[in-house]
Design a protein around this ligand. Structure first.
Ligand code: C2E
Ligand code: CA
Ligand code: CA
Length: 640
């Protein structure tokens, strides 16, 4: 059925091209018309016959209207080829008939022999020439030849002159001969047009395929480029084109756990949603993997942000595939042409950088391109490359910050904080290089090294002093994560009960079985856990019951940050209250003044950490702090 339809549409197209050939050379119509008019008026004048003059007038009118039509019709905006054909037919047939009739007229009217020769020659030449010219529509061509020659044949046959009778006979023979010439020319014409049309269609189809993504049916990278280049040519100087570059968060996990088929269906669903949510006329493309691009005209930044939020919402809605309910999120990077760049490449790069920014800032968010992103990216890339060799070059070390018992004032633990002394960049903050290490995967090696260092130092301290180590989410999710920590403990011969691992809420948000198993395995041998940076995220107290925590570390923004005050005081009180009923301790971070120490102590915190007591110090200074403390307590004991 589809084939038949496309065959039909092909035939129609070929027919249209063939009909157009009738009108291709209006100049030949004009020349033919001029010759016809001259001949007719010449004959009428020379024979001084009014009937011939009337015919010449009729021929003139028809010839002029045909030339005008041939010039005018193709210029009309909407012309249907059937109408063109009918109009052409009417003109062609009447013109041919008049040519033939005038020639016959000269014979019947016994015009002078030269006039007869002129008109006979005209009709025969016309009848023969038209057979080739109009071969594109053989019915018209054959009809015209017949109409031009039939009156001549009839008139010649009616004459007693044997030469004219022989001419009549020859012309009768000429009719089928010319018809066959017409048909042959027609076939050659039709076949070559059909072949050209077919190969054009194939080429179009191949091009479509090359520009379409098979999984989603959206434009692919090549299609998007082509589309955008065309779009930019049409865009006005006042228009803005926004590029939204989307990257699905953790799509790889879906692919790995549920299989590629589910992954593909998920991509197709995301594509459908993006198309539905994008404004009319927007271009939606899949840019390979789990990346999509939406491009559309926008008025201003506010509208762009609304659009981007709409797209984020659309993707975040749970997706059901068979029995699986998938929750997927996306990061978006946005750049606007011409605000963020004058050409497509620059704006694409801008959107890519903005996307990168969204991803490293915690995903599920959108970022507009800003010029500073280029600089940040360069620095990040440098850090990523240099971090690999930093360990071997001995540029990293672990520092220790004491955690103080607010009741006795004695050191209860040290938190290990990594430091990087870069030969050129100076001291780098962990906030700057830990996220880079997480992203590049280097955090696994780095984390194991930190734990080993910390355990080794702690083994030399008095047994009641514990050591806290920060763990990145990635370290916990890595296969054999618990084993790395147990190895470090074994090698340093450190009692597992002296190790405390600090983890943040983000690790627990994902409810992964891995995390539970990791914590259970280590808790089993006596390792303890502290919930770090409490108050900065969701601060859900439900984790405290569910996981084996022995400590809560209240983030320093509650103590010394801009939000510190009455409200945070109340929060610390509530957390401390709950912690004491659960048998946990509460550490206040970031204590910088005596007032702050007093305030958190009154609010119920049992432990404190901050510059008021000490900054993070190298291991030998930590050992010295402990020795000093013992000396002082020895002094006070002796005094007592
Ligand atoms: P964190 O775990 O919250 O560590 C406490 C941070 O607060 C440390 O910054 C510490 O130097 C700082 N700090 C302590 N007392 C005060 C104070 O009184 N005032 C102020 N303003 N700050 C104080 P640092 O060392 O720059 O570490 C930043 C973050 O980097 C840490 O936050 C932690 O999330 C991460 N980090 C540090 N070392 C490691 C590590 O070995 N492994 C992992 N995975 N992350 C680490
Ligand atoms: Ca910490
Ligand atoms: Ca903290």
């Amino acid at each position: 059925m589809r084939r038949a339809l496309s065959q039909n549409s092909l035939d129609l197209r070929v027919r249209q091209v063939l009909v157009e050939t009738l009108y291709t050379q209006p100049s030949s119509l004009l020349l033919g018309g001029i010759c016809g008019i001259l001949t007719a008026w010449g004959a009428a004048a020379q024979s001084a016959n009014s009937a011939l003059a009337a015919s010449a007038a009729a021929l003139t009118v028809i010839a002029i209207s045909r030339v005008v039509m041939a010039w005018l019709l193709p210029r009309l905006k909407s012309h249907d080829s059937r109408l063109l054909e009918i109009l052409y037919e009417a003109g062609a047939f009447s013109y041919s008939a008049i040519c033939g009739l005038m020639a016959a007229q000269t014979l019947f009217l016994h015009a002078p022999p030269t006039v007869c020769t002129l008109m006979l020659g005209n009709a025969i030449a016309y009848g023969v020439a038209i057979a080739a010219r109009n071969a594109g529509r053989p019915a018209i061509a054959i009809g015209q030849t017949f109409l031009a020659l039939a009156p001549v044949i009839f008139a010649c046959a009616c004459q007693s002159d044997p030469s004219l009778r022989i001419l009549a006979f020859s012309l009768v023979m000429l009719l089928p001969a010319m018809a066959s010439v017409t048909l042959n020319t027609f076939r050659v014409l039709r076949d070559s047009i059909t072949a050209a049309e077919t190969s054009k269609r194939l080429a179009d189809k191949m091009q479509d395929l090359a520009r379409t993504d098979v999984v989603t049916g959206l434009l692919n990278r090549a299609g998007l480029n082509h589309h955008l280049v065309e779009r930019l040519m049409a865009i006005g100087p006042e228009d803005k084109l926004a590029l939204f570059w989307l990257d699905l968060d953790r799509f790889k996990e879906v692919n790995d756990t549920l299989g590629h088929q589910v992954g593909d269906r998920l991509l197709a669903e995301v594509a459908t949603r993006l198309k539905a949510r994008s404004p009319a006329g927007a271009c939606v493309a899949r840019f390979g993997g789990d990346e999509f691009i939406v491009a559309c005209e926008v008025k201003d930044r506010r509208e762009t942000e609304l659009l981007a939020n709409g797209l984020l919402d659309e993707i975040t809605r749970p997706i059901r595939i068979d029995d699986d309910r998938l929750e997927i999120a996306s990061s978006i990077g946005i750049a606007i042409l011409p605000d963020d760049g004058a050409d497509l490449d620059t704006v694409m790069q801008g959107a890519d950088l903005a996307l990168y920014h969204s991803k490293v800032n915690g995903r599920k968010q959108l970022s507009f391109f800003a010029p500073s992103m280029t600089r940040n990216l360069v620095r990040r890339k440098e850090i990523e490359a240099e971090l690999r060799v930093a360990l071997q070059r001995d540029e990293l070390s672990v520092f220790f910050q004491p955690i103080i018992d607010l009741e006795t004032g004695r050191i209860r633990a040290f938190e290990s904080l990594v430091r990087w002394f870069h030969p050129e960049k100076g001291e780098l903050r962990p906030d700057e290089f830990i996220p880079v290490a997480e992203e590049s995967g280097a955090i696994i090696t780095l984390g194991n090294w930190i734990t080993a260092q910390a355990a080794q130092c702690a083994a030399g301290w008095p047994p009641e002093v514990t050591i806290a180590v920060n763990l990145s989410p990635l370290q916990i999710r890595a296969p054999g994560a618990a084993l790395g920590i147990l190895n470090a403990l074994r090698e340093a011969k450190l009692d597992p009960r002296r190790l405390e691992l600090e983890i943040t809420e983000t690790v627990l948000l994902e409810h992964s079985a891995n995390t539970e198993a990791f914590m259970a395995e280590l808790a089993n041998v006596g390792v303890r856990f502290a919930l770090d940076d409490f108050g900065t995220g969701y601060s859900s107290l439900s984790y405290l019951n569910k996981y084996p925590f022995s400590k809560i570390k209240v983030d320093r923004s509650f103590v010394s940050g801009s939000s510190a005050g009455m409200k945070s005081d109340a929060i610390i009180r509530a957390v401390s209250g709950m912690a004491s009923t659960l048998g946990m301790e509460v550490v206040a971070e970031g204590l910088e003044t005596l007032e702050q120490v007093e305030a958190v102590r009154k609010a119920g915190c049992t432990l404190g950490q901050g510059y008021y007591f000490s900054r993070a110090v190298p291991d030998y200074l930590a050992t010295m702090l402990l020795a000093q403390e013992r000396e002082q307590s020895g002094v006070s004991l002796r005094r007592a």
